[in-house]
Design a protein around this ligand. Sequence first.
Ligand code: ZN
Length: 251
Amino acid sequence: MRALILSDIHSNIDALEAVLHAAPAYDVVWNLGDVVGYGATPNEVVERVRGLGEVFVRGNHDRACSGLIHAEEFNPVALFAVRWTQQELTRENMDWLRELPRGPVHPDKLRVNCVHGSLQNEDQYILSLRDAQQQLEASSARLTFFGHTHTQGGFVVNPDGDGATLTPIYSSHDEMDFYEFQIRKGSKYLINPGSVGQPRDRDWRAAFALYDSKAQSVTFGRVPYMVQAAQIRIQRAGLPESLGTRLRLGR
Ligand code: ZN
């Protein structure tokens, strides 16, 4: 089974279509949340991902934009986008967002976790080795896919004699489009596919990952897309200009 793993699409239909076009062949799609928020095409993105499969976890922007949580703690730009998205979403798409499950979900039986933030807290950012270590100790699954940080990469803990070593996994090297690695027996992984629609790892290209359960491999992918088209949509929608400029900067 080959799973295309998407996260943090953030209402960016241009980036999503580019990923779906460029991704290697896949059987299923696993979506790690933040389908909406920030970008200018919430309905288009919701309707597209709804047709791609059934494995979803909700993100904090999905909860805010569908009215499940108040967004007062969001920064002013994010809050503006939440309010705009609430006005824009159709009733049906808003209801669909509200029903998205909280992670973790286990699409490949108990061997895989899918979360937005972390296993215990859907709003937690896993950024440091220390955060990663806590997660890997708490998980019995070999693979945990997470999003929320908009940073492609992850962490692996390898059994190592009498202890274990934890190391970061870097996704892209220079301008590589694909980076594949093998899942080692006895190791546990935390893997972030990166953000489709608003990368923040200083690479503007749309990010995704592909998990192959038979080959026991993970591939990180990056694909260029029409950033300018997404920026024009943001401008025409009357959303804050910074939401467009940051797309080109990848941050
Ligand atoms: Zn996000």
